[in-house]
Design a protein around this ligand. Structure first.
Ligand SMILES: Cc1cc2nc3c(=O)[nH]c(=O)nc-3n(C[C@H](O)[C@H](O)[C@H](O)COP(=O)(O)OP(=O)(O)OC[C@H]3O[C@@H](n4cnc5c(N)ncnc54)[C@H](O)[C@@H]3O)c2cc1C
Length: 483
């Protein structure tokens, strides 16, 4: 199927892979393949991404994903390191490229960069086309009747998206894909140096299967075994009701369009309407995050509500470090932070608990949490991460109301009532009875002793008083809101 031709009698199209590391339902690749020969390219561009360079867990994922993509392209993936504008121009000149195609990445630095590249290439007479492969609806097309953009999720999703023309139906893999190598390029995948010298990522290796094929399998298993009961089950971190498709979606190993339509087909056959609606609306939250980022490109760095610029955040390295290490003395928070460190993932319910703890109980700026998640998550995503942090902090659009301070004891007792999740990640408390698992500081001495727990030695004392810190947060938020 794939030929190694440097000079093709046909048109040569450079196809630029970005966050679309798949062959199926890849509109840009599909169109490129129709033209003749395709020179498939991936560029690690840390010069243009500036402060949004990928975190370590993302790089680990990317390394594996590129290797698998290269395999499915019969070793014809061409990889480069450098400023994408310069690299694309150089490849185009050296390989007599006729056209350059890519799928849009909706992060602000990509959009800016792409515009510039388009202008330069078109001036040189090279055809340039971009496609939407990562979102169900174009953010620029979903607007209110007055042409302004939505700021609240429910009307955005129900009125804006669901009443707009339905998402594009998925495409198959290109049936004829003639890939060529850039013989001028010496860079190998290992030269991208995505993996650090210190193998901290070993624990991640056992948690994930990466790549397009793994993503397809995961969707299939989710539809067969976990979609039924999703609406309720998605709240419980010890259950496997969530899909864990987020890193695959982020790197584009699977398209949201394929998921959107397959979930509906499955639900129709099995009467799973409530679970389906709930799951599709989670994809809707992903759309909303990108939508917000598109219309408010400073979302990752600036409070959406500018009054939060005056919020009296604390600066405290010791508290921040205890939170990052899962040593806060608050068991469900520590379980979440350790899950993140060990697996590169954290269950959504627990993400909300640990985020609320950071910004409300510790009163630390949401950007510290955003940065740590960016570094540690395998699904780190500029849109979802910044929108979610601002949502929890209350500084975003459609944010959680300021008085919503998650109580980590009640959250643990409700959503991990048998303590399975917490015991898995905080094994030093595993012998504590459920009654005290989420508040070991209230356990009588003999109970602690019987469970082998010595507070301050085997497990930390809580770094903050939950009741007092809640009141302090409410007071700070109240002052800001003028309530
Ligand atoms: C503080 C905080 C930070 C977050 N950072 C990220 C991030 O960097 N990357 C990321 O993908 N998600 C992020 N989320 C959203 C959410 O936690 C994850 O998308 C979800 O846990 C992924 O697990 P899943 O694939 O099993 O989800 P499922 O429940 O199976 O949902 C299916 C898909 O819907 C999307 N989705 C689900 N919930 C949300 C949501 N609340 N916001 C946006 N999209 C959603 C994801 O793409 C997910 O894969 C964050 C949430 C919080 C509270």
């Amino acid at each position: 199927m794939m030929e190694n031709k440097v000079k093709s009698p046909h048109k040569i199209t450079l196809f630029w892979f970005r966050e679309d590391l798949r062959l199926s339902d890849n509109p840009g690749l599909f169109e490129a393949a129709k033209n003749g020969s395709v020179l498939p390219v991936y560029i690690l561009d840390e010069a243009s991404s500036l402060s949004f360079k990928m975190g370590s867990a993302s790089k680990w994922w990317l390394d594996h994903s590129l290797r698998l993509l290269n395999k499915s392209l019969d070793g014809k993936l061409n990889v480069y390191k450098g400023r994408s504008k310069d690299v694309i121009l150089k490849i185009s000149q050296e390989n007599q490229i006729d056209a350059v195609y890519w799928n849009t990445s909706y992060t602000p630095w990509h959009l800016e960069n792409d515009e510039e590249i388009k202008v330069i290439l078109e001036k040189k007479g090279i055809e340039c086309k971009s496609f939407n492969a990562s979102l169900l609806w174009e953010p620029s097309k979903i607007l209110k009747t007055d042409r302004s953009y939505y700021r609240v999720f429910t009307p955005f999703y129900r009125k804006g998206c669901l009443q707009a023309p339905p998402p594009r139906t998925p495409l198959p893999k290109p049936d004829r894909l003639f890939c060529i190598k850039d013989e001028h390029n010496q860079t190998s995948l290992s030269d991208l140096n995505l993996l650090p010298a210190k193998k901290w990522y070993q624990s991640l290796e056992s948690c994930w299967k990466i790549g397009e094929k793994a993503a397809q399998n995961k969707l299939e298993i989710f539809l067969d075994q976990h979609l039924k009961g999703y609406k309720e089950g998605r709240n419980y971190p010890s259950l496997s009701h969530t899909s864990r498709l987020s890193p695959h979606l982020h790197f584009g190993e699977i398209s949201p369009n394929q998921i959107w339509y397959e979930v509906q087909t499955k639900s129709m056959h099995e009467n799973l309407e409530k679970d389906m609606d709930c799951f599709l609306s989670e994809l809707g939250w992903r759309e909303f995050s990108y939508y917000l980022l598109y219309h408010f490109p400073d979302l990752p760095v600036q409070n959406f509500q500018r009054k939060f610029d005056a919020f009296p955040w604390e600066e405290n390295e010791i508290l921040l470090s205890a939170w990052q290490k899962g040593q806060t003395g608050c068991p469900i928070v520590d379980a979440g932070m350790r899950e993140l460190w060990q697996t590169g993932y954290m269950h959504n319910r627990v993400r909300m608990i640990v985020a609320s703890f950071l910004v409300k109980n510790l009163l630390l700026n949401w950007r510290h949490g955003e940065d740590w998640f960016w570094e540690c998550l395998v699904d780190a995503d500029l849109a979802s991460n910044s929108a979610s942090w601002q949502w929890v902090a209350g500084s975003g659009v459609d944010a959680a109301p300021y008085f919503r301070v998650f109580n980590p004891i009640l959250q643990g007792e409700k959503f991990d009532s048998q303590g399975e999740y917490t015991r898995r990640y905080v094994p030093e408390l595993s012998q504590l009875p459920n009654q005290y698992l989420f508040k070991p500081w209230e356990a009588p001495e003999d109970v602690l002793k019987g469970a082998g727990v010595v507070l301050g030695q085997t497990y930390p004392h809580p770094i903050v008083n939950l009741k007092k810190s809640r009141e302090r947060a409410l007071e700070s938020y109240r002052c800001l809101s003028g309530v």
